[in-house]
Design a binder for this molecule. Structure first.
Ligand code: FAD
Length: 427
């Protein structure tokens, strides 16, 4: 390796931003490597909160972390751009031209060299090429899409207030995203109802469509049953074993021949890597386009390339696409990349330690599972323990990225913010 190695991290999500921050504060500040973070966006959001941005129950600026500010405070560089190509022989990545909102080219296509490249570009929902879905459904895979959904949701609610009618929304996918979104939409309406135009809010009819036998299949059955009951109490129609055959401008058609009408249609099922991984220098990919890596997160094809988080796939031990996995993998690379940079030392395997999982249904209820399979939340303080656990995951992430004091101040700023402003986006 050269005396000052080039480490390029593509994707500043849960994994990428944690890694850039840690490496910046070790190799970067010591001048032993230049750490460059590339992201297609200018700011980071905690992806497990996207359903809150979509519902409008999270909207304040504190929930976005500026990549440029984070880079300058933590000894790494940030460049905005969409990585569209990888030349493994020359060890260069290509960034697409960066355009302003009016289409004018701000930065031409550029290449960046690397000695070690870490890919952490996340994942998106998988529509399995179901007819009509791409054209007629909304997705909430990133902040732009979550905000686009929120805009449509607010306008549709306004129309329903004016007409005194109902608003039909159908969500495909009974995993954490779809289930939490269904509850969060009701929470948003509860809050909007406190401030709104008419005394009686319109009826919100949310239908959750899940192809499997139960929602939240990654959780114990007890949680699925309790979560379904909670959603139904809120008025959500939960349809399991519902195979979607297609979507159009009026709703979803199911394989059993029924039609689910919906003014807004959300696809939140399946997970796949962004399609661009197919253009990354012929790297071996899983069936869903994830980059195949060894247990130490090094590409099976190229010793200079690593992948972590949702866009990576360990063939021997596939892991779920969760923030917990992404975070642990980032910590692993932060710990072991310095020795690799210094003297080419092979990285040890990354051992995943399951610390459990949490799902929260708005303000209404939540459940957590511990590694032994024990369930907490629900029934206990109305799930307050589980809901606090869910909030703590986000606060833990903020403290990791900002440091303890700024993380604490950010928490206080949020508390002050909710005391001043409405708790849901109204404009
Ligand atoms: C609504 C929702 C709720 C969730 N809830 C939970 C939960 O409760 N618990 C949990 O553990 N997990 C949850 N998850 C999953 C969790 O968010 C992901 O597993 C986690 O964010 C993966 O981290 P990552 O770093 O791999 O990718 P991400 O956090 O998705 O980051 C990817 C980054 O790459 C950037 N990028 C993408 N393509 C390119 C490109 N071509 N060039 C440059 N940059 C690019 C993106 O802008 C983004 O910043 C949830 C996901 C969603 C959508």
């Amino acid at each position: 390796m050269p005396s000052r190695a080039e480490i390029v991290i593509v994707g500043g999500g849960v994994a990428g931003l944690a890694l850039a921050t840690r490496l910046g504060n070790s190799l970067g500040v010591q001048g032993r490597a230049r750490i460059t973070l590339i992201d297609r966006s200018f700011s980071h959001v905690w992806k497990p909160m996207l359903h809150c941005f979509a519902a409008g129950t999270a909207s304040n600026e504190n929930d976005r972390i500026s990549f440029m500010a984070q880079a300058s405070a933590n000894h790494f560089e940030f460049w905005p751009g969409d990585v569209v190509g990888l030349d493994r022989e020359r060890r260069e990545i290509t960034l697409a031209p960066l355009c302003a909102s009016d289409g004018a080219v701000v930065l031409d296509s550029r290449t960046l060299p690397y000695d070690a490249l870490v890919l952490s570009i996340g994942s998106c929902a998988n529509d399995f090429r179901t007819p009509g879905v791409a054209e007629n459904c909304l997705f909430i895979d990133n902040l732009v899409e979550a905000n686009a959904f929120n805009e449509k949701f607010r306008m549709a609610l306004l129309r329903a207030y004016a007409d005194g009618g109902a608003l039909d929304i159908a969500i495909v996918g009974g995993g954490a995203t779809g289930t939490q979104l269904a509850a969060e939409l009701h929470k948003a309406l509860d809050i909007v109802g406190l401030h709104a135009f008419a005394t009686s809010p319109p009826k919100l009819r949310v239908t959750l469509l899940e192809a499997g036998a139960r929602i939240l299949p990654a959780f114990p059955e007890r949680v699925s049953v309790a979560a379904q009951a909670e959603l139904e109490r809120l008025g959500v129609s939960v349809r399991t074993s519902a195979m979607v055959a297609g979507a159009d401008g009026t709703g979803f058609s199911l394989k059993d021949g029924t039609h689910v009408p919906a003014a807004l249609r959300v696809w939140a099922a399946g997970v796949k890597a962004p399609e661009v991984t197919g253009t990354y220098g012929g790297l071996s990919l899983s069936r869903t386009g994830q980059i195949i890596v060894k247990p130490n997160l090094r590409s099976v094809d190229d010793p200079h390339i690593f992948a972590m988080g949702d866009c990576s796939f360990i063939a021997d031990e596939p892991l779920p696409p969760t923030a917990q996995v992404a975070r642990q993998q980032a910590h692993h690379l932060a710990r072991h990349l310095p020795a690799f940079i210094r003297n080419g030392t092979e990285l040890p395997s990354c051992v995943f330690r399951n610390k459990g999982a949490i799902v929260a249904l708005g303000n209404y209820n939540g459940w957590g599972t511990l590694p032994g399979g024990n369930v907490f939340g629900g029934g206990f303080l109305s799930g307050l323990g589980a809901r606090l656990g869910h909030i703590m995951l986000y606060r833990q992430h903020q403290v990791e990225i900002y440091g303890f004091w700024r993380g604490l101040m950010s928490l206080l700023a949020d508390r002050i913010d909710v005391a001043i402003r409405p708790a849901a986006r109204l404009d």
